[in-house]
Ligand binder design. Structure first.
Ligand code: C2E
Ligand code: MG
Ligand code: MG
Length: 627
């Protein structure tokens, strides 16, 4: 259409121009006809006057010459009066006749002047009068015809211009609206997630807030949905498959949206839905049905079923006055409670979640001052050889003893610190405390065993991690091989290349590296051959099931066998019973860390334990007494 318009527009303009030129020419001609009528009239009048003078024996040759001049110009179209000849034959014939008459009259005048009778002159004058009248009528008639043609021409031009204008206006109006539509479409796309077409988070916030403000009486809820272990789907089945799952799920949710409801993909595998509802149970049932149907359709290629964790915050359940971000935040909290306490996959935000949320906020707020006040205490849990019963190493585990004397376990505050990105500081503090403890032992000439410290994922990814830790190790003069860095297998899986580099750097600086909680993520034995780790810690989960289960025993035996082949030291965590111990001994496990031997204990008790004071093992200061 745009191309056609480019071509059509000049043609239309040329047509209008030509039509206008024709009309202008016609107007000029019609003006000329009027002039011709006037001058024929002058000829008629002047002739009558000449004859009247002649009959009264008066002569006016000037007037005769004047009539001659007009006649000449009427016939030739050339002269001083600006008269143009026409192509109208009748008029031209009449003019010829008029001229003949005039010539006749001039002849008669001559005769009369020579003494002839004036009668003939008068007769001739009447004839000329009639012929002049006929000439005028003829040009009048022609002029009338031309005027009609001109009017038609002008009407046609006008109508044509009108049609063209309507068409052009229509075209440009349509173009304008299309442009507006396109602009709106582009603006709409800008506010959407490219993969799923769902709203981007900022748009969700903006439009969601508007809906909430406009529908104060309505029951509205924010649903926060997160796929569990989506990384596993991406890693195992590929990003393309992962993208398909997200797209399909977004489509399913979009299809379920009603008036005043919105969908957003807030992050990688997280969705937000603003829902209207009448009854909370119906709202929950609907979400569950959507997820169930989706899961039925989208079974993973390895027949694994995908899991979704979904937190719902009904606005009516919030106490404080919040905006949409606040409701999303509460739904997120509700969703997190599912992840931390598996069982159901759906949770409504409620009073107890609110309390937990404020507890977490309180914990995060107090971290700085607690660190400064030395409220974080390092406990040590020995790692024991099951063959000799000797303490061969230990793990440093942090505790928070508040100023009110309350002991908070890491399970409660570490996830909060991780979420708030405060954990790096705490990890380094613990590490430094361990170094200080070891330096003191060296100084007093006591027995010192290697100690491992936990390093959170966030600390691991900070650029100066190894440099800082190495500087602290150096400052406290801890020999190589005496400090071990524990990281979880999830960290190791996430970016193997980065891990390879970090492990090498740690080794270069005299640290040992160990993979903690092996078996809790999606463990890969293949990964072990690439990562140069020194120690592998089998998670307590391996030993929590049925101790007589042949399958479990086979798995543990297999893993320990492979580890030995790879020259990696094995540590079994969470060992509580003699049966577990005997089995691990049978499998060749190197070290045991668990309540069977010792619970985590304060540094002082650990010191006494190492120097062999028997009263330590029965001390009540540690977490519940040891064997
Ligand atoms: P982890 O590193 O896997 O530490 C082992 C956990 O298992 C400790 O829990 C320990 O007390 C517990 N445990 C050991 N033997 C037994 C047993 O026989 N039975 C049972 N039921 N539990 C046993 P804890 O001290 O509560 O620490 C929990 C987690 O908190 C640690 O798991 C570690 O991931 C984290 N954590 C502790 N201290 C730090 C730290 O300084 N920095 C970081 N980033 N994380 C830490
Ligand atoms: Mg650990
Ligand atoms: Mg562990």
């Amino acid at each position: 259409m745009k191309k056609k318009m480019k071509f059509l527009l000049p043609i239309v303009l040329i047509i209008i121009l030509v039509m206008s030129l024709f009309s202008a020419r016609s107007i000029t001609r019609i003006r000329n006809y009027g002039k011709l009528i006037n001058y024929v009239g002058i000829v008629r009048g002047a002739t009558q006057r000449v004859i009247k003078l002649e009959t009264n024996d008066k002569q006016d040759d000037e007037l005769i010459a004047y009539v001659d001049g007009i006649m000449e110009e009427l016939l030739t179209g050339e002269g001083q009066y600006g008269l143009k000849r026409t192509s109208y034959a009748d008029f031209n014939n009449e003019l010829e006749l008029l001229n003949e008459n005039w010539s006749q009259i001039k002849k008669e005048i001559y005769d009369v002047r020579q003494g002839a009778d004036k009668e003939r002159l008068l007769k001739q004058s009447e004839e000329l009068f009639d012929v002049a009248n006929d000439t005028v009528f003829s040009i009048q008639e022609y002029s009338g015809q031309r005027s009609t043609v001109l009017v038609r021409q002008m009407v046609i031009t006008g109508v044509f211009c009108l049609i063209v204008s309507i068409f052009a206006i229509g075209y440009y109006v349509r173009k304008y609206f299309r442009l507006r539509e396109k602009t709106a479409e582009l603006a709409d796309q800008a506010g959407r997630d490219e993969l799923t077409g769902a709203y981007a988070i900022e748009r969700f916030y903006a439009e969601g807030q508007e809906i909430i403000d406009k529908n104060q009486e309505a029951k509205l809820a924010v649903v926060y949905i997160d796929f569990e272990n989506f990384k596993y789907i991406n890693d195992v089945f590929g990003y393309e498959y992962g993208d398909r799952v997200l797209k399909e799920y977004a489509r399913t949710l979009t299809d379920s949206l009603k008036e005043n409801e919105l969908l957003s993909r807030s992050m990688a595998d997280q969705f937000l839905v603003l829902r209207c509802y009448e009854d909370k149970q119906d709202l929950l049932n609907m979400q569950m049905k959507i997820d169930r149907d989706f899961m039925k359709r989208e079974v993973l290629p390895d027949k694994h079923v995908m899991a979704i964790a979904c937190g719902i915050c009904c606005i009516e359940d919030t106490i404080e006055k919040l905006d949409i971000r606040g409701f999303v935040n509460r739904a997120n909290y509700a969703q997190k409670t599912i992840k931390n306490a598996p069982g159901s996959n759906y949770a409504f935000y409620n009073e107890s979640i609110r309390e937990q949320m404020f507890r977490e906020i309180h914990i995060a707020d107090r971290m700085g001052s607690a660190l400064a006040a030395g409220e974080f205490i390092v406990y040590f849990q020995p790692k024991v050889s099951p063959y000799t019963g000797e303490i061969e190493a230990a793990e440093a585990l942090v505790r928070w003893k508040t100023s009110e004397g309350k002991m908070i376990m890491p399970g409660e505050f570490i996830p909060v610190f991780e979420k708030e990105h405060l954990i790096g500081r705490l990890d380094q503090y613990v590490f430094e405390e361990v170094c200080r403890f070891m330096q003191d032992r060296y100084r007093e000439g006591a027995r010192v065993v290697p100690v491992s410290v936990n390093v959170s994922k966030i600390r691991f990814y900070t650029a100066d991690f190894v440099k800082n830790y190495a500087a602290i190790k150096e400052r406290y003069q801890i020999p190589d091989g005496m400090l071990e860095i524990e990281f979880t297998e999830t960290v190791a899986c996430e970016s193997q290349d980065y891990m390879l580099e970090i492990i090498k750097e740690l080794h270069d600086n005299g640290f040992q590296c160990s993979m903690d909680d092996f078996g809790t993520g999606y463990s890969s034995l293949g990964m072990l051959k690439d990562l140069e780790i020194d120690v592998l810690k089998l998670d307590a989960l391996f030993f929590r099931g049925n101790p007589d289960s042949k399958k479990e025993q086979l798995i543990v035996k297999g893993i320990l066998g492979i580890i030995k082949e790879l020259d990696i030291k094995s540590v079994a965590e969470g060992i509580e019973t003699k049966k577990q111990l005997e089995f691990l001994k049978e499998c060749g496990c190197d070290l045991i860390q668990g309540y069977y031997y010792y619970k985590p204990m304060p540094g002082e008790e650990f010191r006494k334990l190492l120097i062999g004071r028997q009263d330590v093992s029965l001390a009540s200061g540690n977490e519940g007494g040891n064997r």
